[in-house]
Design a protein around this ligand. Structure first.
Ligand SMILES: C[S@@+](CC[C@H](N)C(=O)[O-])C[C@H]1O[C@@H](n2cnc3c(N)ncnc32)[C@H](O)[C@@H]1O
Length: 216
């Protein structure tokens, strides 16, 4: 589920790493401070984590460098092939944010970057409850993704992108399920997490959630 936008990666997969390095002007603000964003996720997890939508594996690389075990879940065939080519020692599972096979051992966290917006808000809530069931108390969900402080802020960003002719980004914001901090806070809390949000650029916020923790 949440796979209705997968076809976008048929074309994008081969150019994806050029986009994240800022070579696509329309997405330069989205990927501004990309490496710092990945590092911020990697610094917040330990043990064994499930990573959703690793794509070409840039976050995976950072997390592996911290000595964390990564169990990748990637639904897109081409992305999974690119990932597998880069990390032949890992086995990327064909699954998604909602449907994935759980390992037998303990999972200490769930991570992703630029992925969670593929779920509707209702699906996000469902997914967070599933993660909470699988985590020990203190277990983490650390996601980096485009989030807005409010619906008004989102609409203002869409208008800004249209005004400067960045139609692809504006259409992306209107098409996919980019949500707001108040909505996400409520979904995390309903699933039993405390969560903090840290803004990383004009688009991306870091969500750092702890099972049984307190929202700040
Ligand atoms: C924008 S890319 C992000 C790749 C990588 N995480 C990064 O930070 O560069 C989104 C990735 O999520 C995957 N994806 C799309 N829908 C998904 C879903 N429902 N569940 C898990 N992954 C999904 C795509 O195939 C793609 O690899």
């Amino acid at each position: 589920m949440g796979k209705e936008f997968l076809h976008i990666f048929d074309e994008w997969a081969d150019q994806y790493d050029a986009s994240v390095s800022g070579q696509d002007p329309q997405y330069a603000d989205v990927f501004f401070r990309y490496e710092e964003i990945l590092e911020a996720v990697a610094q917040r997890v330990h043990g064994t984590v499930i990573e959703f939508g690793p794509g070409t594996g840039n976050l995976t690389k950072r997390v592996l460098e911290k000595g964390v075990e990564v169990l990748p879940v990637e639904p897109h065939d081409k992305m999974r092939a690119l990932f597998q080519n880069r990390f032949p020692q890992l086995e990327a599972q064909e699954g998604d944010l909602l449907e994935f096979v759980t390992p037998e051992g303990q999972v200490d966290g769930f991570i992703s970057s630029y992925v969670f917006h593929h779920l509707t808000d209702a699906e996000k809530g469902e997914a967070l409850k599933r993660y909470a069931e699988l985590l020990p108390v203190g277990g983490k969900v650390v996601f980096a993704d485009t989030v807005f402080s409010s619906e008004d802020a989102k609409q203002a960003q869409i208008l800004k992108e249209k005004a400067r002719g960045y139609v692809a980004v504006a259409e992306d914001l209107e098409r996919e399920y980019y949500t707001t901090i108040p909505v996400l806070t409520s979904l995390f809390e309903q699933a039993g997490f405390g969560v903090t949000f840290t803004q990383m650029n004009d688009y991306v916020w870091l969500m750092d959630a702890t099972k049984g923790g307190t929202t700040q």
